[in-house]
Every structure is written in C-alpha cells, then in structure tokens.
Design a binder for this molecule. Structure first.
Ligand code: KG4
Ligand code: ZN
Length: 362
C-alpha cells in the first residue's frame, strides 16, 4: 500500500468545500488544504437553507473552491491519487453538483472515484487530527443527524439509536429562531448562553426511563418556544439559552451513558473509545458534558478540531482515502442519494421516520 493523496469535495448542504488529504501506508494523515465556502449570507434572509439557492451557489463556486484547495496544497490534478465526493445524504441538488464535478475530474484525469457517504465523513473526522483505531462508539450530532453508532471499521457501522424527531442541531437552530437569533442558530445560541444561568428555567427531559438509545427534542422545542414568549429582558434570554443548551447536552449525555454501558459489553475487549462528531460537537457545553460521561465509563474522549466538526471536505477526502486504501472505488454512474443511512440494515428494520421532508434525514 502506498501513500494516497485525495481530493475531497463536499456540497451536501450549505457549504461548498474542497480539501486535499494525504494518508500514508501506516495510516498517518496530513491535511494539505481545507477550503470551506459558506453560503450563510445567501440563506440568512430566509432563516434556513433554501435548497434551490444552495444548489445554484454550489454551481457558481465549486470550480474556484477546488482550484483554491489544490493551490493551497501546492498540487495540480496530476499530484492526486483519487477523487472523493459526497454522494449523499443531503440536499440532492447540491450533492449532484459536487458529485458531478468529482466524476468529471476522475474521468478527465483517469483517477479512481469514491462516492462518499457524508455521515462516514463525519464518522472519520476526528481521525483527521488524532490516531483513533477502530472500533469506537460514535455520537454523530449535526443539523440533519443525531445518532449513536458502533463504528467497527471502514463502512461498517451498527446503529444503536437515533432521533425520533429532530436532530440536535435542528433543535438548536429552531429554538434559536424563537429567541430571535440569526441562522445558523447553534453557534448564536451558544454565544447568547455565555454567562446565563441554566437553572433559571425548568425544561422537560425526554424519553426518560426508556431502555433504548433514541433521542427526542420536540418536547424541549415546544417548551422553549412557550417560555421564549414570556421572556422580554436580556438576562431572561441569556438564561433561557443557557437552560436550552444544558438540556440538549444533558439528553445527549444521558443516552450516551446508556450506550457506553452496552458498547462496553459488546466491544470492551477491543478498547473503550468514544468520539463525538458533527456540527453540534463544536458546542463547548456539549463537549464538556460528554467528556465527563466518557470519563465516568473509562472511555477515551475525542472530538474533531472545531473546523472539522461542521461540514468540510477534509473528512470526505479522508473517508475516500480509507476506502481507496482497501481498493474500494465507485463507478462513474454512482448516484446522488438524498437519503443514505450508515447502517442500512438497522434503518430498514426500524425506521425512525417516515418518508417525507420532515424529521431526521437518515
Ligand atoms: O455538521 P454540520 O455542519 O451540518 C450537517 O451535516 O448537518 O452541522 C450543522 C449544525 C447546525 O444545526 C448548527 O446550528 C450546529 O450544527 N452547530 C452548533 C454549533 N456549531 C454548529 N450547535 C451548537 N453549538 C455550536 N457551537
Ligand atoms: Zn454534516
């Protein structure tokens, strides 16, 4: 096995991203460049991501972003060993833009293509900066996803639990909106919560007493919206933001706590490792609470550096490099997939949502 230098492309939501990652035969990883072009300004007037605007913005910026990533890495296309592009899950118009671009590069340059599952990208994102061997317990918390997975290896995930309504990031975003905060709400709510008193408001705890590892944020969302109506002063807003953040962190840690006990039984002989990834992993209160939980169960704790928590292409390039190292490639007619669960068997046996545009996306 040789050293692989992979171009990653990510366009599944509202970031147009490209990166070049090098991975050597021993698995050592180096991020040569990671460029993220945010569309926040284009979507902000609408309070959320508008799929058509996102797709158009990806078309307009993808070639420039890829050129920037290659220039920063000091490479041309001839310095690459392969191309990895997100093929789903996500807003399919945007996914098609990045995947088509990746296919074109692969075809023109005779490079292997890897059609990457965006969630697999998040799953390996902590491995961009730390040596974390498989298997590990993963809490994936982003704007579209909230699930606990046993990650056994490349492309081998077992889902332990997932949200039955909103994803954690979606809850942050929606509650932030009721507090009058701009999109994306998660980081804005975290900022507002600074110095607030999380004890000032009592918020509901969901699914307490349930024996599974599922999440639910709809009750919290409703309660927070009702409380927000009665809050008029800045102190009240700050306290409510702190209480919401603490409630989300608490639920994530309660479910993770249960999952750690089960994971230890099944995988304990292979080591106890915990990773939190996805946009919500950028939240300091969430990180702190989960670190405590990991410590109490004797698990190691890892989270990606902040830049690799939210959507980026370095994680897609690494997921691609790990697949390429195993000889796994995809044909040039690989499809863009709006839905694409990591653990297809669990998703089919126990769907946590029905078809449609609402709720968890995988
Ligand atoms: O991983 P990501 O960039 O995109 C998806 O794949 O969904 O996650 C974006 C989500 C948004 O819901 C955003 O509000 C949330 O992550 N987020 C945060 C923070 N930074 C991003 N939530 C809470 N605190 C943060 N600091
Ligand atoms: Zn994501």
């Amino acid at each position: 096995m040789t050293t692989l230098t992979v171009l990653g492309i990510e366009t599944s939501c509202d970031e147009t991203a490209a990166a070049v990652v090098r991975r050597d035969a021993a698995g050592h990883v180096e991020v040569l460049s990671s460029v993220v072009g945010s569309q926040i300004a284009a979507h902000a007037p609408y309070g959320g991501v508008v799929p058509e605007i996102a797709a158009r913005a990806h078309v307009e910026s993808i070639d420039g972003i890829v050129a920037e990533a290659l220039a920063e890495a000091g490479l041309g296309y001839d310095g690459l060993s392969g191309v990895a592009a997100t093929a789903g899950p996500g807003l399919v118009g945007g996914v098609m833009v990045g995947l088509s671009f990746g296919k074109a590069v692969a075809l023109a340059r005779g490079l292997p293509l890897v059609a990457v599952n965006h969630l697999e990208g998040h799953a390996v994102s902590a491995r961009l900066a730390a040596d974390i061997p498989y298997p590990f317990l993963l809490l994936l918390v982003s704007g579209g996803h909230c699930q606990l997975l046993a990650v056994e290896g490349v492309g081998a995930c077992k889902r332990l639990g997932s949200t039955i309504d909103d994803a954690a990031g979606e809850a942050f975003d929606k509650i932030a909106k009721t507090l009058g905060l701009p999109y994306p709400g998660g980081p804005a709510l975290e900022k507002l919560a600074e110095g607030g008193n999380p004890e000032a408001f009592a918020l509901p705890r969901a699914l307490l007493g349930r024996k599974d590892f599922d999440f639910s944020f709809s009750g919290l969302k409703t309660a927070a919206a009702r409380l927000a109506e009665g809050v008029t002063d800045e102190t009240g807003r700050r306290d409510l933001a702190a209480a919401v953040q603490a409630a989300i962190a608490r639920q994530l840690s309660e479910r993770t706590d249960r999952a750690m006990a089960a994971y230890a039984q099944a995988y304990g002989s292979q080591g106890l490792r915990f990773v939190v990834a996805g946009g919500v992993a950028a939240n300091k209160a969430v990180r702190a609470k989960l670190m405590e939980t990991a410590q109490s169960h004797g698990f190691s704790f890892d989270a990606p550096p902040l830049a690799y928590c939210t959507d980026n292409a370095a994680m897609i390039a690494l997921a691609g490099a790990e697949r390429l190292a195993l000889g796994l490639t995809d044909p040039l007619d690989a499809a863009a997939r709006p839905r694409w669960p990591l653990d297809a068997a669990a998703a089919a046996a126990n769907p946590t949502h029905l078809a449609g545009r609402k709720g968890a996306k995988a």
